[in-house]
Design a protein around this ligand. Structure first.
Ligand SMILES: Cc1cc2nc3c(=O)[nH]c(=O)nc-3n(C[C@H](O)[C@H](O)[C@H](O)COP(=O)(O)OP(=O)(O)OC[C@H]3O[C@@H](n4cnc5c(N)ncnc54)[C@H](O)[C@@H]3O)c2cc1C
Length: 413
């Protein structure tokens, strides 16, 4: 059996190893367009590679398809991933469920995969971009930059459009389309959001705990809590990343996208009312600057005073109480209008990709037998926290095995 794997990223290397596990004598060739495999792995987790997560739930993965993605993880999930890497000698660091190599170096994960491929006899061809795939003689003719070659099976593992330009191309979508597949239009995900308001320069650099609510066309779409990061153009940080795919999609559909920020998320409505009441009682004669001191980040407070029209040196009196109350409202419901997401270059993943309704439970094309898919190229994206690499390991492993006709799926797809 001769198998071509197009793309030497996380999913492609895992697919190659799984294929070789089935039959050592088979020919498995990875075609990688870059000068080396796994470049993106080096960037993951800020160079530390958050390669999976012990807190695993199916709802952490998103897809336009309603198919049961859990069946893939039942066949090769977090436990199997841990066993795989530990078997290769990896010591794992578990930080509140987030899994990293103990070395805290993403290069460790990449080296493990590279050496494992070398030992298994996987051929790696770099600077070998695949331009065309054609069905031929019961198999496939691969037209790579370095050669034209016939294969029995092909696994497309070209990744998405997300990440620095030199690491991504989106050419996997074109190859899949050339084979008749539908591609759900990719949008950036796990990405920063740019906002309309012109006050962001004043609050840039602030990092603070916040509860964020995403509104699409006025309706609550998502809620997230975590460390918000404010930039000179908008909002960033893990909670923003988590719902950014929904925001980017909605913007593409020309819907109105707003985010409300609650800077005091630990107060219930009642507690907050009592807190505000007490504040007005206790700090009666103080200037606004002193009155509001200590509630939240100074830059945020200064902005809210300005937006409410409260001067820092003014004192509370009958005529201005409404403005002071507005500051308290802003602290719990500060709304901004999102105009766009940052581009693919800044995104960690893409939402969208090859439609999961056109692949079998073994990640084989339902249109072209012998063609398999793995990784982010498929219409599956995970939350931030190691879930996207987990999908790369899971889908890569399953596609590599399935290329030999080994079915992995226990529960229905
Ligand atoms: C900055 C950043 C940080 C991230 N951090 C994390 C993290 O900590 N945890 C996590 O789970 N996920 C993280 N991700 C996401 C994760 O890296 C990806 O989901 C994962 O690498 C996808 O693996 P893949 O194999 O599908 O694609 P890729 O890793 O992108 O690999 C695809 C490969 O195919 C090659 N290729 C493309 N087209 C062709 C062609 N026509 N011919 C030949 N080769 C081709 C590409 O050069 C590439 O090497 C991060 C992403 C980024 C950008």
């Amino acid at each position: 059996m001769e198998i071509a794997i197009i793309g030497g990223g996380a999913s492609g290397m895992m697919a190659a190893l799984a294929a070789k596990q089935q039959d050592k004598k088979s020919t498995v060739i990875i075609y990688e367009k870059n000068d080396r495999v796994g470049k993106k792995i080096l960037m993951t987790g800020n160079g530390k590679c958050n390669f999976s997560n012990m807190d695993f739930r199916p709802e952490y993965f998103r897809s336009d398809s309603t198919k049961n993605l859990q069946c893939f993880f039942d066949a090769f999930g977090v436990q199997e991933t841990l066993e795989f890497f530990e078997e290769q000698g990896l010591l794992v660091k578990n930080r509140n469920g987030y899994l990293y190599p103990a070395s805290e170096q993403a290069a460790t994960i990449l080296d493990i995969l590279r050496f494992a491929c070398e030992r298994a006899g996987v051929e790696i061809k770099t600077e070998a971009e695949v331009k065309r795939i054609a069905k031929k003689d019961g198999g496939f003719l691969i037209d790579a930059k370095v050669e034209k070659k016939h294969f029995d099976r092909v696994i497309l593992a070209c990744g998405s459009k997300a990440g620095p330009k030199n690491m991504t191309s989106g050419s996997g979508y074109l190859l899949a389309k050339s084979m008749g597949h539908q591609v759900i239009e990719p949008t950036p995900a796990l990405v920063q959001l740019r906002c309309m308001e012109d006050f962001f320069k004043q609050i840039a650099g602030v990092r603070t705990e916040c509860e964020l609510t995403l509104f699409v066309d006025g309706k609550i779409s998502q809620k997230e809590r975590g460390e918000l990061q404010l930039t000179d153009y908008g909002i960033s940080g893990i909670p923003v990343f988590q719902f950014s795919r929904y925001a980017a999609r909605a913007l593409k559909e020309r819907k109105s996208v707003k985010v409300s920020m609650n800077f005091l998320p630990d107060f219930s409505e009642e507690n907050y009312e009592a807190f505000v009441h007490n504040r007005f009682e206790k700090k009666k004669g103080q200037s606004a600057e002193c009155f509001f001191l200590g509630i939240t980040n100074k830059k945020i407070m200064q902005l809210f005073l300005k937006l409410a029209g409260v001067k820092p040196d003014e004192k509370i009196e009958a005529g201005n109480r409404e403005k002071w109350e507005k500051v308290f409202l802003l602290l719990r419901d500060f709304q901004v209008q999102v105009k766009e997401s940052n581009p693919f270059e800044n995104a960690q993943v893409s939402a969208g990709g090859i439609c999961m309704d056109e692949v079998s439970e073994n990640l084989e094309s339902l249109l072209v037998p012998g063609l398999f898919f793995a990784g982010e190229l498929l219409d599956v994206d995970g939350r931030c926290g190691g879930y996207n690499l987990q999908w790369a390991w899971t889908s890569g492993y399953l596609a590599g095995r399935a290329a030999f006709g080994v079915s992995n799926i226990v529960n229905g797809f």
